[in-house]
Design a protein around this ligand. Structure first.
Ligand code: MSP
Length: 649
């Protein structure tokens, strides 16, 4: 809490996301962390802070080389391409970062080398032989204790035993200092469960950290300044991005922003951020970052997102499907920061239709419609009335609660508070019945006051939802006739939270904020997509399972007749071995007499369909031969005497 007060006083914010590995394309998990950082930056800006928001890509290491090789590309060409995909994704999510850092940037690489040299000169890096259990996925050696059934807990594969000479960072030297720091600063790692996890890990002796790879094994990395035969291990490279991105050591930005650095990560990279990074900083004689905010994992339909399961959700597709602000709102409202959450199409549609269309959307459209109708689209003046005390008090409470929860990264609670206010404002309409007040001129002053309070509620809501849903806030401000850039309306001040809408403000017409998504319509293409996914592999080929669903059988044609009024169709009676009717489009090629007695192949499990009034229970297979403009059909047949009903597979 102490830190919070101090931060508030100096009004500077430096917020970072992890720099994402370029061995995978951006997905919902990356999107979430980045939306959080963007929302927090916008919130802080709204509170008057000087904000710097940094994201970027992590581009060295064997995982990257492997991914490049798989794609038949050179590492540089590959990292440029995937890093570009991250940069292209963020504007689609309305992410406004100040700096995008890449670990292949020359100035980053130079600073990493300077810092390695400094730690080496201090005696905190030494050369040693090491035999350990190395997990390629984690890009680190694992301890026996970390394994689950002999496997890496994150990648579910056994680590490889590797013996090699390497450089080590004397992390153990800083263990006690780190424990003391965490204990003295309760906000250093939040939520508390992760702080406890780190302290529990630190209750055992800390091993030193291997920070190099011999060039014989990996060249795609930053060379150690004190040994050209080695490159540095990815974490010693990657973590330093938080410093190089603000121009450490000489740039003024470093002086301004480093003292207030806040990192956002998910639980997967807790150890590198809560243990390696602070001990590295201690060894480098650089003050520790201020806060580490740790969130949980997004699953999809309660299942871990994974390429092999094929359930990886792409942010751009989500925006197309559900809308940008609905996605931003959903992720922040649905996940309790720190805990895991599950994404599903039903969940996001439910939030959009209920919270956004019903609650916020309706409040906006009803209130503005009444101001248009009863006051010719001009916000009337208000006379304060005791009856409005609850609305005003709740508005003040909402602003205070929103600010407190946003600052504490409890985004779902901040939004809950806002929606409580929306709920009450909707109730305020019902209780005050403006449609009844308008009927009697004697109630004019009261009507004006009620409508003013609704306009003012919407103005306040515009500011409150702005960090989470910037596009919607623009639209609301447009409808309410505000310039969002105007400082007098655009603030989150516990003292000046009410009465900022000037009397006579002219409303503008805007479309519905959140048209409802028709669940049924949405479900159809989804279902089709699902069926397609089940039946076809990614290259468009049918899966064996899908093929097995076809029931092909040998059939004897036992009777045939022409269907009246059709030149094309014959009604066939076939035995498979039970008799059934099949309508076949072969009348232009075969007479009924010609086909009776033939053995053909039929699709026996086709859904029945009516053709010229006759129900067809299957389909006869035939070859279609193109002869110039015309087509000739030749019925399928089977060599040998095969009983009717025999399955063809
Ligand atoms: N390159 C390292 C980080 C170095 S930071 C100095 C790395 N990259 S990563 O691409 O694997 O990104 C991990 C981060 O992506 C997580 O910490 C989190 O921010 C985000 N997420 C990836 N998958 C996620 C979920 N399924 N759910 C939520 N966030 C997830 O680790």
């Amino acid at each position: 809490m102490k830190i919070k007060v101090w931060q508030e006083e100096i009004m500077i914010t430096y917020i970072t996301t992890p720099i994402y590995y370029v061995n995978a394309q951006p997905h919902l998990g990356h999107a979430y962390t980045t939306i959080v950082a963007d929302t927090y930056s916008r919130f802080r800006r709204l509170c008057g802070h000087n904000v710097r928001f940094q994201t970027g890509t992590d581009e060295h290491g064997d995982k990257i080389v492997e991914a490049a090789e798989k794609n038949g590309e050179q590492p540089k060409e590959y990292v440029d391409r995937i890093s570009g995909m991250f940069r292209d994704t963020w504007p689609v999510l309305n992410i406004q970062y100040d700096n995008f850092i890449r670990t292949t940037d020359a100035d980053h690489m130079a600073t990493v080398q300077d810092l390695l040299q400094r730690v080496y000169d201090k005696g905190d890096i030494y050369f040693d032989e090491y035999t350990g259990l190395y997990c390629k996925g984690c890009e680190r050696f694992l301890t026996e204790k970390e394994l689950v059934d002999g496997n890496c807990p994150d990648h579910q594969v056994p680590p490889q035993e590797i013996a090699e000479q390497n450089y080590f960072f004397r992390m153990s030297r800083y263990q006690q200092q780190l424990i003391d720091h965490i204990k003295a600063n309760e906000d250093f790692i939040t939520p508390e469960r992760y702080r406890n996890e780190v302290l529990s890990f630190l209750s055992e002796p800390l091993e030193d950290l291997c920070i190099s790879r011999p060039k014989s094994r990996l060249v795609w990395g930053i060379e150690l300044p004190f040994d050209e035969n080695f490159v540095t291990y990815v974490w010693f490279d990657a973590l330093i991005n938080y410093l190089t991105g603000i121009g450490y050591p000489d740039d003024e930005k470093y002086q301004t922003f480093w003292p207030v650095a806040e990192h956002i990560i998910a639980k997967d990279i807790l150890k590198p951020h809560a243990i390696y990074w602070p001990t590295m900083l201690l060894a480098m004689d650089i003050p520790l970052y201020k806060k580490l905010h740790v969130h949980g994992y997004w699953n999809v339909d309660n299942t871990k997102m994974s390429k092999s399961i094929g359930n990886v959700v792409r942010p751009k597709e989500l925006v197309e499907e559900y809308g940008l602000d609905a996605l931003r709102y959903f992720t922040l409202r649905e996940m309790s920061f720190g805990l895991d959450a599950s994404f599903s199409s039903e969940a996001i549609i439910a939030r959009r239709n209920s919270d956004l269309a019903n609650d916020l959307g309706n409040l906006f459209s009803r209130s503005t419609a009444m101001i248009n109708k009863y006051c010719a689209g001009k916000v009337p003046g208000a006379i304060f009335d005791e009856k409005d005390r609850t609305l005003l008090d709740l508005a003040g409470k909402t602003v205070r609660c929103f600010k407190m929860e946003m600052a504490a990264f409890n985004f779902h609670k901040a939004l809950q508070a806002v929606w409580e206010f929306i709920g009450y404002a909707n109730k305020y309409i019902v209780e005050n019945e403006p449609w009844s007040l308008v009927k009697d001129e004697a109630n004019k002053a009261r009507l004006d006051t009620v409508l003013y309070n609704l306009a003012e509620s919407l103005r306040l809501l515009t500011v409150l939802v702005r960090p989470v849903m910037p596009e919607t806030a623009e639209k609301m401000a447009g409808g309410l006739g505000f310039d969002l850039a105007a400082p007098e309306v655009n603030l989150l001040d516990e003292e000046k939270f009410w009465g900022l809408t000037p009397k006579g403000n002219v409303l503008n017409k805007v479309d519905a904020l959140f048209p409802r998504i028709d669940v049924k319509k949405k479900a159809e293409p989804e279902k089709r997509k699902q069926i397609e996914k089940e039946n076809f592999s990614q290259d468009g080929l049918m899966t064996f399972d899908a093929f097995q669903k076809f029931e092909l059988r040998v059939a004897d044609i036992v009777a045939a007749e022409k269907i009246k009024k059709s030149d094309r169709l014959l009604k066939l009676t076939v035995a498979v071995p039970e008799e059934r009717t099949i309508v076949a489009g072969i009348a232009e090629h075969y007479s009924p007499d010609e086909v009776v007695g033939q053995k053909v192949i039929v699709v026996a499990n086709l859904k029945p369909a009516k053709l010229m009034g006759v129900t067809s229970q299957g389909m006869v297979l035939a070859a279609k031969i193109k002869e110039g403009e015309r087509e000739r059909l030749v019925l399928s047949s089977i060599a040998g005497d095969v009983p009717a009903g025999t399955r063809v597979a």
